[in-house]
Structure formats: structure tokens, C-alpha cells
Design a binder for this molecule. Sequence first.
Ligand SMILES: Nc1ncnc2c1ncn2[C@@H]1O[C@H](COP(=O)(O)OP(=O)(O)OP(=O)(O)O)[C@@H](O)[C@H]1O
Length: 333
Amino acid sequence: MSLRLNGVDVRYGDVEAVSGVDLEVAGGEVVALLGPSGCGKSTLLRAVAGLERVSAGAVTWDGTDLAGTPVHRRGFGLVFQDGQLFPHRDVAGNVAFGLRMRGAARGERDKRVAELLELVGLGGYQRRRVTELSGGEQQRVALARALAPDPRLLLLDEPLSALDRSLREQLALDLARLLRETGATALVVTHDHDEAFTLADRVAVMRAGRLRQTGPPARVWREPVDVETARFLGCGVVLAPEAAERLVGVRARVGLRETALRVVPDGPGGPGSVLDAVVLGRVHRRDHVRLLVRIGDDEFDAVGPVVGTWEPGDRVRLAVDQDGVAVIGSATG
Ligand SMILES: Nc1ncnc2c1ncn2[C@@H]1O[C@H](COP(=O)(O)OP(=O)(O)OP(=O)(O)O)[C@@H](O)[C@H]1O
């Protein structure tokens, strides 16, 4: 039970949207395709679905080349950004669509629809009109519809990106749980690294049509393969090895995220090694205070608790939070 891509290229006329992609998704595994806008993620997903023609290489399922298999015979479930529900059908009609296509009997359909609506947190919604649901509810219906025929692979293209931030965070957690509970095999496209890391067992980072790095989320987060990947994963500052050794004690090229340096409370105790810094500016954020600080001759971002009242010129002590630090180039793609 696995999807395998071997040397996959997809072209639109002269544009090579996807180049030489090799990737495997094992049974029960969730892989996120992560990358900036225009890097070819959706094109690759659509090629797996059979919606785009592969111009070189192969998409196979359990060793069988899918080139001659049309979309509706691949046995894959699809969810897009905007749900694409059937507006003239109610919730149950939408969820039951694939089951009806497969010729499932009425009783079986009703039972499965009820089961899936429970699973996505919409128990009892059968008779609701889909046009009267919130964006989040519509995406849950789209997910239930995709899961209903028990697809061998679930393909999700930015399933949460049309939703507002807090709903997206909640739904990402729900979706992660759902994928685990159903043991789904899934390929998820997203440009949002939080979402990718919430959902996926493995992350595949794409840029300019190519896969740059594939690995478990923690590894990709801590050891991005190159500077562009580090920047894409939130490292606003990249230090040369000498500077990194002085600041974070690692002699390697290192990326720092905005949370890499944290204010240490005054008083005894705390981490062993601290950095002395001078505050240059302060901005309040949702759940922390963001400081611009000077360490030696260089300026950096740092974070502190929301109760902090530092003013420019104040001295602070900072500790390095390893989750905010990425060692670049030590992993292989
Ligand atoms: N139908 C098309 N015809 C021509 N070029 C296309 C077509 N669809 C996509 N492209 C181009 O192919 C490249 C990859 O696009 P794709 O939509 O796969 O990227 P993406 O990473 O999914 O971006 P986004 O997150 O913005 O959707 C882009 O340069 C895009 O302009």
C-alpha cells in the first residue's frame, strides 16, 4: 500500500512546474508537501490525482503505473482549499456522493454518512444546506465526503487555507487526529509550516519545482538543508560559523528564528550560559514581547514575557532556545 513518484516532471507548455520529483508515501503515512507559492506543490498533487499529465517519470501505486488510470478510477479522495461542495445537495447528499457512485445501498449509505459526520464533528448535520455552513464546517463536510468511500490515498490541497487563523489552528489539530484515527494515507499540500508540522509524519520541502528536503518534521525544523529552506522555515537571521559559535555555541552555519533568544528572568538560577544584551526597542505581540537588542556590535530579535516593561537602553540577559535555532546544511536532502 504505497504511492511512489519516480523522476516526475510536469510541464505547462514551456514552464516546467515540477522537475524530477522522487517521493514515496507509505501506507498509513501522512506526508506534507511544503513550499512557497508557485513552487509546484499543487501541480504535483494534481498529477498524483490524475488531473495533470506527467510529462516524464511515473506515478505508481503498489508498483502499478497510474498513467492510464483516470482520476475517478484511482481510488483517491480529494479535498481542495474551497471544499467545492455541491451547492444543490444537502450535507448528507454531499457526503454520500462517492458511495452513491459506487452503488452502495441506501441503508449502508446513511449509516456511513452518520458515522463520518460524527467523525468530523458534525453529527446530526445531514439535512443542513451546505450553503448555510461556515467555512470551517464546509471543509469538514468536504473531508467527510472524501473519506466516505474509504479512499486508499487522501489528497488534500491547502485544505485549511481559506479559513481564518484561529479556526485554521483548531481544524489542523482536528484533522491531524482524524488522519491518525482513520489510519489514512495522505499527501497534504500547504505553504504553512505550522500546519505541515501539525499534520505530517514527514515533510517534503519544495522549491522551484524540485524537492529540496524530505524528513520528519523535527529534523527538517532543526536541520534545514540549505539557507533558502532555513529562511522559508522562519529563520530571519543566518549566522556564519564563527558568529554562531560565539552566540549559540555551535560552529556551523546557523539560522535563528525570532524566538531563538529569550529573556532570562533576573535573579539567581536559570540556564548556565547567558548573553548580555542592550534593549533597542520593544513591540507587544499576541502572547509575548518582541525586543530588538544589541549584542556586541550586532542587532538581533529576542522575546520576553508579555509582562516585560523594558525600555530602550535597559540591559537584559538572554538564553538560547534551541527550538529557535537551525543548523543549516548538516542534513542530506
Ligand atoms: N494551468 C497552468 N498553466 C500554466 N502554468 C501553470 C498552470 N498552473 C500552474 N502553473 C504554473 O506552474 C507553477 C507551479 O504552480 P502551482 O500552482 O503548482 O504552485 P503552488 O506551489 O501550488 O502555488 P500556490 O500555493 O500559489 O498554489 C507556477 O509557476 C504556476 O504559475
